[in-house]
Design a binder for this molecule. Structure first.
Ligand SMILES: C[C@@]1(CC(=O)O)c2cc3[nH]c(cc4nc(cc5[nH]c(cc(n2)[C@H]1CCC(=O)O)[C@@](C)(CC(=O)O)[C@@H]5CCC(=O)O)C(CC(=O)O)=C4CCC(=O)O)c(CCC(=O)O)c3CC(=O)O
Ligand SMILES: NC(=O)C1=CN([C@@H]2O[C@H](COP(=O)(O)OP(=O)(O)OC[C@H]3O[C@@H](n4cnc5c(N)ncnc54)[C@H](O)[C@@H]3O)[C@@H](O)[C@H]2O)C=CC1
Length: 146
């Protein structure tokens, strides 16, 4: 894959983040983001009960680029490659950072495997090439630090 991801830490206070998709993958992503007190909103045609009852702001609608205004970043968990490609194009135009779940080639940024303890975060990524190695290393570092 011809990509070169820069690891950074980004301030998300008072920034809105959109997850497109409302099923299992979206739920997992939501749980990770909530650990960072992110202001996450969900947009999907169908949203599962777990998400609806979690207290998150959600919109049960079909995706359209007109909904992108005001978001710092977007995670797509639609499980639909044609739609994902459209979302990538729309986000690039709207200036919204975009991640496509499990599709590194389409990602503008990828999510590392994180261990967080207070103000210290350890984030492991593999340039999108080997997520299982990232998770394995994160777990080793976590065990070492605990
Ligand atoms: C490129 C990236 C894009 C992105 O999504 O950002 C990506 C891609 C892919 N993930 C795949 C599979 C799984 N990923 C997980 C879990 C996580 N994946 C995360 C990140 C990333 N995953 C980015 C790269 C990061 C890097 O650079 O290393 C973590 C670390 C962070 C997060 O998601 O926030 C989070 C751990 C959260 C935690 O433990 O804290 C699980 C386990 C699970 O879900 O329980 C499975 C198996 C079950 C399943 O398939 O779902 C596959 C299919 C691989 C295959 O089997 O072939 C691809 C596609 C591919 O590798 O080509
Ligand atoms: N056991 C596990 O660890 C996992 C299991 N799964 C399973 O794999 C399958 C895939 O799960 P997901 O990745 O969550 O995908 P999914 O296909 O289940 O959900 C896609 C989501 O995107 C939404 N969506 C699709 N097109 C849309 C549009 N045009 N506008 C707005 N919203 C739109 C749908 O309404 C839905 O909420 C499911 O069966 C799930 O249960 C998925 C991830 C992990």
């Amino acid at each position: 894959m011809n990509k070169n991801f820069l690891p950074i830490a980004i301030d998300i206070s008072n920034q809105k983040i959109l997850i497109v998709g409302g099923d299992h993958s979206a739920w997992k992503k939501l749980k990770i983001l909530q650990r960072f007190d992110a202001k996450v909103e969900i947009l999907a045609k169908n949203i599962c009960e777990e998400i609806k009852q979690s207290g998150v702001t959600y919109y049960e609608k079909t995706y359209h680029k007109k909904y992108l205004n005001g978001y710092l970043m977007l995670y797509s968990c639609t499980n639909n490659e044609a739609l994902d490609r459209q979302i990538v194009e729309d986000c690039r135009q709207a200036g919204v950072l975009v991640n496509i779940h499990d599709k590194p080639a389409l990602c503008q940024f990828v999510s590392p495997a994180i261990y967080r303890n207070g103000n210290i975060s350890v984030a492991v990524s593999s340039n999108g090439e080997d997520v299982y190695e990232s998770i394995r290393l994160r777990d080793k570092i976590k065990a070492y630090l605990q």
